[in-house]
Design a protein around this ligand. Structure first.
Ligand SMILES: Cc1cc2nc3c(=O)[nH]c(=O)nc-3n(C[C@H](O)[C@H](O)[C@H](O)COP(=O)(O)O)c2cc1C
Length: 272
């Protein structure tokens, strides 16, 4: 694939992967590109744990699903992230950021206007939305052929210090290399992040992965090959929209937004 096509095609995968294992050659390649990322002083603060053991994947899947159910049941999740949730194409078009919930069961659609209210949360709980989503998330994670844990060396990662900022920055560069390469290899990738939302759950994953004291588990991803036809979960979001260049690019000083490029924005993604 041409490099720019890869950048334009890179996406988050919300649906299931094919069950096929990720080949050792592709695993090695993903780790090679991660290791080629830039890092402050060439510190290479990242460490990775590749997980294919079925039992470990299923345990992490259970923790992930339960975390999602818990986080979504108590209201804190929607309260925390509401600035980013959109429920109409018009709102998405206007804000050009965030996530559009464009796939919802018919029974829920009339209630989207209330989702951030106490009544909305009660309705969602009555419809057992958190349980449905949690179970779906468990199945998605359990059905993934590979999980990837990303860790930072604690000697480079001491929150509050500058080195910490640079380590996270470097890890982001390494993961972007991995992410882009999944697009090249016909693979997909998604964060497994709900265990971070619920106190105590992340520690369970660190224990399962036997993360040593000198490392900090920063993220877990699920990866696999993409099916020919993407399948969407029962409740799903899309986030293709991007801000216009004039909303995030300035010329010479931050007083002057770059106005000349908006018309070219969002060229169609090849094949999407
Ligand atoms: C730091 C970071 C955290 C993210 N957390 C999650 C997450 O918890 N769950 C998830 O499905 N996607 C997560 N994403 C993916 C974003 O939702 C996604 O990149 C964004 O909506 C744009 O969609 P795209 O990746 O398909 O272009 C995260 C991405 C980044 C960079």
């Amino acid at each position: 694939m041409e490099f720019l096509d890869v950048v334009r095609r890179r996406k988050t995968t919300n649906g299931p992967f094919r069950p096929d294992p990720v080949s050792r050659e592709h695993q090695r390649l993903l780790m090679e590109v991660a290791g080629r990322a830039p890092s402050q002083l060439n510190s290479q603060p990242w460490r990775f744990v590749i997980v294919e053991n079925r039992d470990t994947i299923e345990r992490i899947a259970r923790i992930s699903g339960e975390s999602m159910t818990e986080a979504m049941s108590n209201g804190s999740f929607f309260e925390r992230y509401k600035p980013y949730f959109r429920f109409s194409a018009a709102e998405m078009q206007e804000k050009r950021s965030g996530m559009l919930f464009d796939k919802l069961p018919a029974a829920l659609r009339p209630f989207t206007g209330q989702v951030f209210t106490k009544r909305g949360q009660k309705l969602m709980n009555a419809f057992r939305v958190p349980q449905t989503l949690g179970e779906e998330n468990r199945r998605l994670v359990a059905g993934s052929p590979l999980l990837l844990g990303v860790m930072l060396d604690r000697s480079e990662y001491r929150p509050g210090e500058l080195s910490s900022f640079y380590s996270v920055f470097s890890m982001g560069a390494a993961m972007e290399n991995v992410w882009l390469t999944t697009a090249e290899l016909g693979m997909g990738i998604q964060f497994v992040s709900f265990p971070m939302e619920v106190p105590g759950k992340w520690a369970l994953i660190e224990e399962l992965l036997r993360v040593p004291a000198e490392l900090e588990l920063m993220a877990v991803y699920r990866l696999g090959y993409l099916p020919a036809e993407a399948q969407r979960p029962a409740i799903d979001w899309s986030s293709h929209e991007r801000k216009l260049p004039s909303q995030y690019v300035f010329r010479d000083s931050c007083d002057t937004p770059e106005l000349g490029w908006d018309a070219d924005e969002n060229p169609p993604r090849p094949g999407v």
